[in-house]
Ligand binder design. Structure first.
Ligand code: JD8
Length: 379
Protein backbone atom coordinates (compact mmCIF):
# COMPACT_ATOMS: atom_id res chain seq x y z
CA UNK A 1 0.00 0.00 0.00
CA UNK A 2 1.21 3.53 -0.81
CA UNK A 3 0.18 6.43 1.41
CA UNK A 4 0.83 10.08 0.56
CA UNK A 5 0.13 12.79 3.12
CA UNK A 6 -0.23 16.44 2.06
CA UNK A 7 0.12 18.93 4.92
CA UNK A 8 1.60 22.29 5.86
CA UNK A 9 2.94 20.66 9.05
CA UNK A 10 4.87 17.57 7.85
CA UNK A 11 6.47 17.24 11.30
CA UNK A 12 3.09 16.19 12.65
CA UNK A 13 3.38 12.92 10.75
CA UNK A 14 6.80 12.06 12.15
CA UNK A 15 5.29 9.42 14.48
CA UNK A 16 4.64 7.34 11.38
CA UNK A 17 8.38 6.83 11.16
CA UNK A 18 8.42 5.26 14.63
CA UNK A 19 5.55 2.93 15.16
CA UNK A 20 3.98 0.10 13.34
CA UNK A 21 3.98 1.97 10.06
CA UNK A 22 7.77 2.17 10.34
CA UNK A 23 8.01 -1.61 10.65
CA UNK A 24 5.60 -2.13 7.73
CA UNK A 25 7.78 0.16 5.68
CA UNK A 26 10.81 -1.95 6.52
CA UNK A 27 8.86 -5.06 5.49
CA UNK A 28 8.11 -3.38 2.16
CA UNK A 29 4.42 -3.63 2.96
CA UNK A 30 3.99 0.08 3.12
CA UNK A 31 5.29 3.13 1.24
CA UNK A 32 4.49 6.27 3.22
CA UNK A 33 5.44 9.68 1.78
CA UNK A 34 4.78 12.95 3.64
CA UNK A 35 4.74 16.13 1.53
CA UNK A 36 4.88 19.81 2.59
CA UNK A 37 2.11 21.62 0.69
CA UNK A 38 4.26 24.76 0.57
CA UNK A 39 6.39 22.89 -1.99
CA UNK A 40 3.68 23.87 -4.46
CA UNK A 41 3.33 27.52 -3.32
CA UNK A 42 5.84 29.34 -5.45
CA UNK A 43 5.69 32.94 -4.11
CA UNK A 44 8.46 34.20 -1.87
CA UNK A 45 6.49 33.38 1.27
CA UNK A 46 5.14 30.06 -0.03
CA UNK A 47 1.66 31.39 0.74
CA UNK A 48 -0.89 28.61 1.07
CA UNK A 49 -3.82 30.51 2.59
CA UNK A 50 -5.97 33.57 2.02
CA UNK A 51 -9.03 35.30 3.47
CA UNK A 52 -12.45 33.60 3.00
CA UNK A 53 -14.81 34.76 0.28
CA UNK A 54 -18.01 35.95 1.99
CA UNK A 55 -16.03 37.25 4.95
CA UNK A 56 -15.69 35.71 8.40
CA UNK A 57 -12.83 34.88 10.73
CA UNK A 58 -9.74 32.92 9.89
CA UNK A 59 -8.08 31.89 6.64
CA UNK A 60 -8.77 29.27 3.97
CA UNK A 61 -6.21 27.08 2.20
CA UNK A 62 -5.81 28.24 -1.41
CA UNK A 63 -6.62 25.77 -4.25
CA UNK A 64 -3.60 26.21 -6.49
CA UNK A 65 -0.96 24.40 -4.35
CA UNK A 66 -3.33 21.45 -3.95
CA UNK A 67 -3.98 21.25 -7.67
CA UNK A 68 -0.29 21.17 -8.45
CA UNK A 69 0.37 18.65 -5.69
CA UNK A 70 -2.36 16.36 -7.01
CA UNK A 71 -0.88 16.64 -10.50
CA UNK A 72 2.64 15.80 -9.31
CA UNK A 73 1.53 12.95 -7.03
CA UNK A 74 -0.81 11.62 -9.69
CA UNK A 75 -3.94 11.08 -7.62
CA UNK A 76 -5.89 9.62 -10.55
CA UNK A 77 -7.58 6.37 -9.45
CA UNK A 78 -6.34 6.71 -5.90
CA UNK A 79 -8.44 7.17 -2.74
CA UNK A 80 -8.15 10.74 -1.45
CA UNK A 81 -9.02 11.09 2.23
CA UNK A 82 -9.88 14.59 3.40
CA UNK A 83 -9.94 14.58 7.19
CA UNK A 84 -12.56 17.09 8.37
CA UNK A 85 -14.94 17.57 11.31
CA UNK A 86 -17.78 17.51 8.75
CA UNK A 87 -16.77 14.09 7.44
CA UNK A 88 -18.41 10.69 7.82
CA UNK A 89 -17.50 9.00 11.13
CA UNK A 90 -14.37 6.88 10.92
CA UNK A 91 -14.94 3.28 12.10
CA UNK A 92 -13.30 -0.15 12.21
CA UNK A 93 -15.53 -1.14 9.32
CA UNK A 94 -14.20 1.80 7.25
CA UNK A 95 -10.65 0.92 8.36
CA UNK A 96 -11.16 -2.63 7.06
CA UNK A 97 -12.44 -1.22 3.75
CA UNK A 98 -9.50 1.17 3.34
CA UNK A 99 -7.00 -1.59 4.18
CA UNK A 100 -7.93 -3.12 0.83
CA UNK A 101 -6.92 -0.04 -1.16
CA UNK A 102 -3.57 0.19 -3.01
CA UNK A 103 -3.19 3.93 -2.68
CA UNK A 104 -4.36 6.48 -0.10
CA UNK A 105 -3.72 10.24 -0.38
CA UNK A 106 -4.44 12.24 2.78
CA UNK A 107 -5.32 15.92 2.35
CA UNK A 108 -4.79 17.55 5.74
CA UNK A 109 -6.41 20.96 6.09
CA UNK A 110 -5.69 23.77 8.57
CA UNK A 111 -7.19 27.13 9.51
CA UNK A 112 -10.86 27.23 8.48
CA UNK A 113 -10.35 24.44 5.95
CA UNK A 114 -9.54 23.83 2.29
CA UNK A 115 -11.14 25.71 -0.64
CA UNK A 116 -14.11 23.48 -1.59
CA UNK A 117 -13.09 23.47 -5.26
CA UNK A 118 -10.05 21.36 -4.33
CA UNK A 119 -12.32 18.57 -3.07
CA UNK A 120 -14.75 18.94 -6.00
CA UNK A 121 -11.80 18.81 -8.43
CA UNK A 122 -10.32 15.72 -6.75
CA UNK A 123 -13.69 13.97 -7.15
CA UNK A 124 -13.26 14.24 -10.94
CA UNK A 125 -10.04 12.22 -10.75
CA UNK A 126 -10.22 9.96 -7.70
CA UNK A 127 -12.45 8.42 -5.02
CA UNK A 128 -12.73 11.12 -2.36
CA UNK A 129 -13.73 10.31 1.22
CA UNK A 130 -14.30 13.11 3.76
CA UNK A 131 -13.78 11.45 7.14
CA UNK A 132 -14.01 12.67 10.75
CA UNK A 133 -12.42 10.81 13.66
CA UNK A 134 -14.85 12.16 16.21
CA UNK A 135 -17.31 14.84 17.31
CA UNK A 136 -14.79 17.28 18.71
CA UNK A 137 -12.80 20.05 16.97
CA UNK A 138 -9.08 19.76 16.27
CA UNK A 139 -6.94 22.49 14.72
CA UNK A 140 -6.09 20.53 11.63
CA UNK A 141 -6.36 17.24 9.81
CA UNK A 142 -2.97 15.72 10.65
CA UNK A 143 -3.91 13.99 13.88
CA UNK A 144 -6.84 12.38 12.12
CA UNK A 145 -4.59 11.27 9.26
CA UNK A 146 -2.26 9.67 11.81
CA UNK A 147 -5.10 7.85 13.55
CA UNK A 148 -6.66 6.61 10.33
CA UNK A 149 -3.28 5.50 8.98
CA UNK A 150 -2.53 3.45 12.11
CA UNK A 151 -6.01 1.87 12.15
CA UNK A 152 -5.74 0.96 8.43
CA UNK A 153 -2.11 -0.13 8.17
CA UNK A 154 -2.38 -2.63 11.01
CA UNK A 155 -5.13 -4.41 9.04
CA UNK A 156 -3.00 -4.74 5.92
CA UNK A 157 -2.47 -8.49 5.36
CA UNK A 158 0.97 -9.59 6.52
CA UNK A 159 1.32 -6.60 8.78
CA UNK A 160 0.34 -7.87 12.19
CA UNK A 161 2.67 -10.55 13.55
CA UNK A 162 -0.36 -12.47 14.83
CA UNK A 163 -3.43 -11.68 12.70
CA UNK A 164 -5.47 -13.78 15.20
CA UNK A 165 -5.25 -10.93 17.69
CA UNK A 166 -7.10 -8.70 15.25
CA UNK A 167 -10.32 -10.68 15.52
CA UNK A 168 -10.71 -10.33 19.25
CA UNK A 169 -10.48 -6.56 19.36
CA UNK A 170 -13.00 -3.89 20.35
CA UNK A 171 -15.19 -2.88 17.44
CA UNK A 172 -14.05 -6.04 15.64
CA UNK A 173 -16.55 -8.34 17.35
CA UNK A 174 -18.92 -5.53 18.21
CA UNK A 175 -17.99 -5.58 21.93
CA UNK A 176 -15.56 -3.45 23.89
CA UNK A 177 -12.37 -4.98 25.31
CA UNK A 178 -12.48 -7.13 28.45
CA UNK A 179 -10.13 -6.19 31.32
CA UNK A 180 -6.59 -7.56 30.99
CA UNK A 181 -4.05 -8.50 33.67
CA UNK A 182 -0.43 -9.66 33.86
CA UNK A 183 2.05 -10.55 36.61
CA UNK A 184 2.31 -10.01 39.60
CA UNK A 185 -0.79 -11.90 40.75
CA UNK A 186 -1.15 -9.44 43.64
CA UNK A 187 -0.39 -5.76 43.34
CA UNK A 188 -1.01 -3.10 45.98
CA UNK A 189 -3.55 -5.38 47.59
CA UNK A 190 -5.38 -6.14 44.36
CA UNK A 191 -5.69 -9.73 43.13
CA UNK A 192 -5.91 -10.84 39.52
CA UNK A 193 -9.39 -12.45 39.10
CA UNK A 194 -8.97 -16.11 40.07
CA UNK A 195 -10.75 -17.38 36.96
CA UNK A 196 -7.89 -16.01 34.84
CA UNK A 197 -5.39 -18.12 36.75
CA UNK A 198 -7.64 -21.22 36.77
CA UNK A 199 -6.49 -22.68 33.46
CA UNK A 200 -10.16 -23.36 32.73
CA UNK A 201 -10.27 -21.89 29.22
CA UNK A 202 -14.05 -22.19 28.88
CA UNK A 203 -14.56 -20.33 32.13
CA UNK A 204 -11.98 -17.72 31.15
CA UNK A 205 -13.69 -17.19 27.78
CA UNK A 206 -17.09 -16.88 29.47
CA UNK A 207 -15.76 -14.41 32.04
CA UNK A 208 -14.10 -12.33 29.35
CA UNK A 209 -17.24 -12.28 27.22
CA UNK A 210 -19.36 -11.28 30.20
CA UNK A 211 -16.93 -8.48 31.11
CA UNK A 212 -16.86 -7.25 27.51
CA UNK A 213 -20.66 -7.29 27.36
CA UNK A 214 -21.07 -5.41 30.64
CA UNK A 215 -18.61 -2.74 29.51
CA UNK A 216 -20.35 -2.42 26.15
CA UNK A 217 -23.82 -2.08 27.65
CA UNK A 218 -22.57 0.40 30.30
CA UNK A 219 -20.24 2.49 28.15
CA UNK A 220 -21.50 2.03 24.57
CA UNK A 221 -25.12 0.95 24.55
CA UNK A 222 -25.19 2.18 20.95
CA UNK A 223 -22.92 -0.76 20.07
CA UNK A 224 -24.90 -3.32 21.98
CA UNK A 225 -27.36 -5.49 20.06
CA UNK A 226 -30.76 -4.85 21.67
CA UNK A 227 -30.74 -8.35 23.13
CA UNK A 228 -27.45 -7.69 24.83
CA UNK A 229 -29.03 -4.73 26.60
CA UNK A 230 -31.13 -7.25 28.50
CA UNK A 231 -28.02 -8.66 30.08
CA UNK A 232 -28.00 -5.66 32.35
CA UNK A 233 -31.60 -4.75 33.15
CA UNK A 234 -32.58 -2.95 36.36
CA UNK A 235 -36.18 -3.45 37.56
CA UNK A 236 -37.30 -0.83 40.07
CA UNK A 237 -40.31 1.14 41.33
CA UNK A 238 -41.49 3.79 38.91
CA UNK A 239 -40.52 7.41 39.35
CA UNK A 240 -42.43 10.46 38.10
CA UNK A 241 -39.55 11.13 35.72
CA UNK A 242 -40.34 7.86 33.97
CA UNK A 243 -43.82 9.06 32.92
CA UNK A 244 -42.88 10.42 29.50
CA UNK A 245 -40.98 7.33 28.41
CA UNK A 246 -43.71 5.16 29.88
CA UNK A 247 -46.37 6.89 27.79
CA UNK A 248 -44.21 6.42 24.67
CA UNK A 249 -43.53 2.75 25.41
CA UNK A 250 -47.22 2.16 26.21
CA UNK A 251 -48.32 3.61 22.89
CA UNK A 252 -45.69 1.55 21.02
CA UNK A 253 -46.80 -1.66 22.71
CA UNK A 254 -50.55 -1.03 22.38
CA UNK A 255 -50.28 -0.26 18.70
CA UNK A 256 -49.19 -3.91 18.43
CA UNK A 257 -52.15 -4.96 20.62
CA UNK A 258 -54.55 -2.89 18.50
CA UNK A 259 -53.26 -4.56 15.34
CA UNK A 260 -53.76 -7.98 16.96
CA UNK A 261 -57.20 -6.99 18.26
CA UNK A 262 -58.68 -4.53 15.71
CA UNK A 263 -62.19 -4.48 17.27
CA UNK A 264 -61.07 -3.76 20.83
CA UNK A 265 -61.14 -0.21 22.20
CA UNK A 266 -57.66 0.24 23.73
CA UNK A 267 -57.71 2.75 26.61
CA UNK A 268 -53.93 2.55 26.79
CA UNK A 269 -53.72 4.02 23.31
CA UNK A 270 -55.93 6.97 24.25
CA UNK A 271 -54.28 7.92 27.52
CA UNK A 272 -52.53 11.27 27.89
CA UNK A 273 -49.34 11.98 29.83
CA UNK A 274 -51.54 13.26 32.67
CA UNK A 275 -53.43 9.94 32.68
CA UNK A 276 -50.14 8.03 32.98
CA UNK A 277 -48.91 10.35 35.74
CA UNK A 278 -52.18 9.66 37.54
CA UNK A 279 -52.01 5.88 37.41
CA UNK A 280 -48.33 5.52 38.24
CA UNK A 281 -49.34 6.93 41.60
CA UNK A 282 -51.74 4.05 42.23
CA UNK A 283 -50.83 0.55 43.43
CA UNK A 284 -47.36 -0.64 42.48
CA UNK A 285 -45.70 0.16 39.20
CA UNK A 286 -42.37 -1.37 38.22
CA UNK A 287 -40.18 -0.25 35.34
CA UNK A 288 -37.26 -2.01 33.64
CA UNK A 289 -34.27 0.03 32.42
CA UNK A 290 -31.30 -1.13 30.37
CA UNK A 291 -28.40 1.16 29.50
CA UNK A 292 -30.50 4.18 30.49
CA UNK A 293 -33.45 3.20 28.30
CA UNK A 294 -36.92 2.36 29.65
CA UNK A 295 -37.49 -1.09 28.11
CA UNK A 296 -40.43 -2.47 30.10
CA UNK A 297 -43.04 -1.85 32.81
CA UNK A 298 -45.93 -3.45 34.70
CA UNK A 299 -48.41 -2.39 37.32
CA UNK A 300 -50.33 -4.11 40.07
CA UNK A 301 -53.40 -2.86 41.94
CA UNK A 302 -55.35 -4.50 44.72
CA UNK A 303 -59.03 -5.07 43.91
CA UNK A 304 -60.53 -6.59 47.08
CA UNK A 305 -58.36 -9.72 47.45
CA UNK A 306 -57.21 -9.86 43.85
CA UNK A 307 -53.89 -8.44 42.63
CA UNK A 308 -54.89 -6.88 39.34
CA UNK A 309 -51.89 -7.01 37.02
CA UNK A 310 -51.89 -4.69 34.04
CA UNK A 311 -49.97 -2.55 31.59
CA UNK A 312 -47.33 -5.24 31.19
CA UNK A 313 -45.18 -3.86 28.39
CA UNK A 314 -41.83 -4.72 26.80
CA UNK A 315 -40.18 -2.62 24.09
CA UNK A 316 -41.15 -4.20 20.73
CA UNK A 317 -37.51 -4.73 19.69
CA UNK A 318 -36.79 -6.60 22.94
CA UNK A 319 -39.84 -8.87 23.13
CA UNK A 320 -39.54 -12.65 23.23
CA UNK A 321 -36.39 -12.62 25.41
CA UNK A 322 -37.94 -13.26 28.81
CA UNK A 323 -38.25 -9.70 30.10
CA UNK A 324 -42.08 -9.97 30.18
CA UNK A 325 -41.88 -13.08 32.35
CA UNK A 326 -39.37 -11.36 34.61
CA UNK A 327 -41.63 -8.32 35.05
CA UNK A 328 -44.65 -10.55 35.68
CA UNK A 329 -42.78 -12.48 38.38
CA UNK A 330 -41.60 -9.20 39.91
CA UNK A 331 -45.08 -7.67 40.12
CA UNK A 332 -46.50 -10.89 41.57
CA UNK A 333 -43.77 -10.81 44.19
CA UNK A 334 -44.76 -7.23 45.00
CA UNK A 335 -48.39 -8.20 45.72
CA UNK A 336 -49.56 -7.30 49.23
CA UNK A 337 -50.34 -10.14 51.64
CA UNK A 338 -54.12 -9.60 51.30
CA UNK A 339 -53.98 -10.59 47.64
CA UNK A 340 -55.04 -14.22 47.30
CA UNK A 341 -55.06 -14.40 43.51
CA UNK A 342 -53.77 -12.66 40.45
CA UNK A 343 -55.83 -11.44 37.51
CA UNK A 344 -54.98 -9.81 34.22
CA UNK A 345 -56.75 -9.01 30.93
CA UNK A 346 -55.42 -9.22 27.43
CA UNK A 347 -56.71 -9.18 23.87
CA UNK A 348 -58.53 -12.29 22.69
CA UNK A 349 -56.28 -11.98 19.64
CA UNK A 350 -53.08 -11.58 21.65
CA UNK A 351 -51.99 -15.17 21.21
CA UNK A 352 -48.36 -14.62 22.21
CA UNK A 353 -49.34 -12.83 25.40
CA UNK A 354 -51.81 -15.56 26.36
CA UNK A 355 -49.12 -18.19 25.70
CA UNK A 356 -46.71 -16.37 28.02
CA UNK A 357 -49.36 -15.99 30.74
CA UNK A 358 -50.29 -19.67 30.51
CA UNK A 359 -46.61 -20.58 30.93
CA UNK A 360 -46.66 -18.36 34.04
CA UNK A 361 -49.60 -20.36 35.42
CA UNK A 362 -52.53 -18.18 34.39
CA UNK A 363 -55.70 -19.73 33.02
CA UNK A 364 -58.40 -18.20 30.85
CA UNK A 365 -61.34 -17.08 33.02
CA UNK A 366 -63.83 -15.82 30.48
CA UNK A 367 -64.29 -12.66 28.45
CA UNK A 368 -63.52 -9.19 29.70
CA UNK A 369 -65.59 -6.91 27.48
CA UNK A 370 -65.59 -7.04 23.67
CA UNK A 371 -62.50 -8.79 22.21
CA UNK A 372 -60.71 -9.18 25.54
CA UNK A 373 -60.21 -12.09 27.92
CA UNK A 374 -59.56 -12.44 31.66
CA UNK A 375 -56.83 -14.74 32.94
CA UNK A 376 -56.40 -15.65 36.60
CA UNK A 377 -53.98 -17.52 38.82
CA UNK A 378 -54.33 -18.47 42.48
CA UNK A 379 -51.57 -17.29 44.75
C1 JD8 B 1 -9.35 19.00 9.52
C2 JD8 B 1 -8.96 22.60 9.77
C3 JD8 B 1 -9.76 23.20 12.04
C4 JD8 B 1 -12.21 22.98 11.81
C5 JD8 B 1 -12.49 25.74 12.36
C6 JD8 B 1 -11.03 24.76 14.01
C7 JD8 B 1 -11.08 15.46 11.67
N1 JD8 B 1 -12.61 14.96 14.15
C8 JD8 B 1 -12.07 16.17 13.78
N2 JD8 B 1 -12.16 17.29 14.50
N3 JD8 B 1 -11.52 18.31 13.83
C9 JD8 B 1 -11.02 17.83 12.70
C10 JD8 B 1 -10.35 18.69 11.70
C11 JD8 B 1 -10.22 20.07 12.00
C12 JD8 B 1 -9.66 20.88 11.00
C13 JD8 B 1 -9.24 20.36 9.79
C14 JD8 B 1 -9.91 18.16 10.49
C15 JD8 B 1 -8.79 21.46 9.01
N4 JD8 B 1 -9.47 22.24 10.96
C16 JD8 B 1 -11.05 23.91 11.70
C17 JD8 B 1 -13.49 23.70 11.50
C18 JD8 B 1 -13.66 24.86 12.45
N5 JD8 B 1 -11.21 25.05 12.60
C19 JD8 B 1 -11.35 16.45 12.62
N6 JD8 B 1 -10.89 14.62 10.94
Amino acid sequence: MRIDVLTIFPGYLAPLELSLAGKARDKGLLDIRVHDLRTWAHDRHHTVDDTPYGGGAGMVLKPEPWGEAFDELGIDGATVIVTTPSGVPFSQELARELAGRDRLVFACGRYEGIDQRVIDHARTRAEVLEISIGDYVLNGGEVAALAITEAVVRLVPGFMGNPESLTEESHEDGLLEYPVYTKPATWRGQEVPAVLRSGDHAAIAAWRHDQALRRTVERRPDLAHPAQLLDDVEVRLVALADAGELLTLQRACWVQEQVANPDVEMDALRESLEDVVAWIGEGTVLVARAAGRLVGAVRGRLREDTWDVGRLMVAPDLQGRGLGRRLLSAIEAAAPADATSFELRTGAGSVRNQKMYKKAGYRLAGRSGPGAVRMTKSR
